[in-house]
Write a protein that binds this ligand. Structure first.
Ligand SMILES: NC(=O)C[C@H](N)C(=O)O
Length: 345
């Protein structure tokens, strides 16, 4: 394990070889361009990864950077196809020693889900850094150029080894399990809820708050058919009826994640529908719509008797990804699924 602490940015003048970084561009606001519909209107995914790099002076001093376009979409359109392309290409890059680190430019709306998926399927000591922006390129105080600079600096840093997948936004380094988007527009939107961030980065330094070597990587194989099972998220609310859960049962859901109220609770009719789902062999996860804290077993609900699983600290969108990977790898028994949710890697 390497110690936590500060180091300065890569200094290519003195180094024999600069770190090699490959950017895998997927789109998002960081690749957005203004649209005349309003003063803040824009469309995601209009600028290529190559153009992004060209727009940030000084990047060439940090690393030798190549860019590949995987997709060019707003991350509201992120999908399994792009996820599998990313996972396979990153594995190929590291197995073939094509680069020392990978940076993924990505929209912020679903960045935490992509980060969490990759964290669960990649297996390399080399860093993979996801980065995006809250404001598009042409905006006043655009945050993309600095975020991209810092992501490359982090991916090129020797300190980033054995830390797996990370997210960099607004000078802060986050791990996939804890990071979430907390604000619709603020540049300080991304936070590690229930935990401290992994560290900080600025154009002069990288500083981790804990030693490397604690990351457990790749507990899951990538499903061979490039498909993840259907696992909808159902959002609980007052006066909730059973219709959405019954609809999921009738439409071949393999798992259901409930974004419950409070401690993962639902109304009585919804609870009856959840029991019907368990009887049909569907994996039922109780998560919460509350942003922080964790759902515990057997509090207001008898999970042991009902065959439910609780998501603990995983928010509904990440609980969905974990449930999909478990089912795709043949793990559907409630006790085994619960064990996987209890792990905090
Ligand atoms: N800030 C952003 O990147 C938002 C955008 N809708 C996206 O996720 O692609």
């Amino acid at each position: 394990a390497e110690p936590a602490g500060s180091t300065s940015a890569a200094s290519p003048e003195s180094a024999t070889a600069k770190p090699r970084i490959i950017i895998l561009a997927t789109g998002g606001t960081i690749s957005g361009a203004a649209d005349a519909r309003s003063a803040i209107g824009y469309n995601s995914g209009e600028v290529s990864g190559q153009q992004l790099v060209q727009g940030v002076p000084g990047i060439e001093k940090l690393a030798t950077v190549k860019s590949e376009q995987i997709s060019n979409i707003g991350s509201q359109d992120m999908n399994d196809k792009v996820w599998f392309s990313l996972a396979r290409r990153i594995t190929q890059i590291f197995e073939g020693n094509e680069a020392d680190g990978v940076v993924i430019t990505h929209g912020t709306d679903t960045m935490e889900e992509t980060a969490f998926f990759l964290h669960n399927v990649l297996d390399s000591a080399k860093p993979v850094v996801l980065v995006g922006s809250m404001r598009p390129g042409g905006a006043l105080s655009a945050d993309g150029p600095r975020n991209l600079y810092e992501a490359i600096q982090l991916a090129a840093s020797p300190q980033a080894k054995a830390r797996g997948v990370m997210v960099v936004m607004n000078d802060t380094i986050h791990t996939p399990r804890w990071v979430t988007k907390t604000n619709v527009t603020s540049v300080q939107s991304f936070q590690s809820l229930n935990a401290s961030p992994a560290g900080y980065v600025d154009p002069a330094s990288v500083r981790f708050l804990a030693p490397a070597g604690q990351v457990v990587q790749a507990p899951f194989a990538l499903p061979k058919d490039d498909q993840l099972p259907r696992v909808p998220i159902i959002y609980a609310h007052s006066n909730m009826d059973a219709s959405q859960i019954d609809h999921a049962i009738e439409n071949n859901a393999r798992g259901i994640v409930i974004a419950g109220v409070g401690d993962g609770n639902v109304s009585k009719p919804a609870m009856q529908a959840m029991l019907r789902a368990v009887q049909k062999g569907i994996v039922v996860i109780r998560a919460t719509r509350v942003p922080s804290g964790f759902v515990n077993r057997n509090v207001e609900v008898d999970d042991d008797k009902s065959g439910f699983v609780v998501a603990y600290d995983l928010n509904p969108q990440k609980a969905r990804v974990l449930t999909q990977l478990l089912i795709a790898n043949g793990v559907t028994a409630a006790d085994k699924v619960q064990q996987a949710f209890a792990a905090t890697y």
